[in-house]
Write a protein that binds this ligand. Structure first.
Ligand code: SF4
Ligand code: SF4
Length: 188
């Protein structure tokens, strides 16, 4: 874990941006550490989630947006559930990912590619098509042989189908995606 770095000048506009987009007030956090205590992925984070909250209170924009922690967060919401101040911490982590992506500062590119493949599958089929996600991810990331040894095991147990099956109303799901993407383009 890196040590906390408060060397940046406080970026007040960034704090306001996160507040507005998440609907949360980071200044309510009093650093009790409950969120970090329950976070199942904290050992993999470069900054524990309570430290991310402290960095946010201090407007350390670059440090946060370049951190791995915001991408390794699994959105399990344990932090949100445990926060005594009712801060929706998982929502803040989500918002930080969105801003990092918008600003082209994604520290964990493979995770972003996996999200993209997941969403492409949802848009196309209205549901998850695991094989499609896998192939999409491998094509985009170039990790063709990663986890290849697991393939035969999951295939033999019927966990992954070779053929896609779209749901009834998949076109409606695609319309939701299109509406969102158009709106996102308008807001830059
Ligand atoms: S939502 Fe993210 S930060 Fe919060 S406890 Fe889960 S993995 Fe950790
Ligand atoms: S649980 Fe809430 S108050 Fe405690 S450190 Fe985390 S965000 Fe701050």
């Amino acid at each position: 874990m890196d040590t906390i770095n408060l060397s940046e000048k406080t970026d007040w506009a960034f704090i306001e941006e996160v507040k507005k987009e998440s609907g949360q007030n980071p200044s309510l956090c009093y650093q009790c550490g409950n969120c970090t205590g329950g976070c199942p992925y904290t050992q993999y984070f470069d900054y524990p989630v309570s430290v991310v909250m402290r960095l946010l209170q201090s407007g350390q924009k670059e440090t946060i947006l370049k951190s791995k922690a915001i991408w390794l967060c699994a959105t399990c919401e344990t932090c949100t559930t445990r926060c005594p101040c009712d801060v929706d911490v998982a929502n803040i982590m989500d918002t930080l990912r969105i801003i990092a992506r918008r600003e082209g500062k994604v520290a964990e590119k493979d995770i972003q590619l996996f999200y993209d493949s997941f969403l492409d599958s949802m848009k196309k089929h209205g549901r998850i098509f695991e094989m499609g996600i896998l192939m999409g991810y491998k094509m985009k990331s170039g990790h063709f042989m990663g986890d290849a040894e697991l393939g035969p095991k999951v295939m033999s147990k019927g966990k992954i189908s070779l053929f896609s099956k779209s749901i009834k109303g998949a076109d409606k799901v695609a319309q939701i995606f299109n509406r969102f993407q158009e709106k996102a383009k308008k807001h830059g």
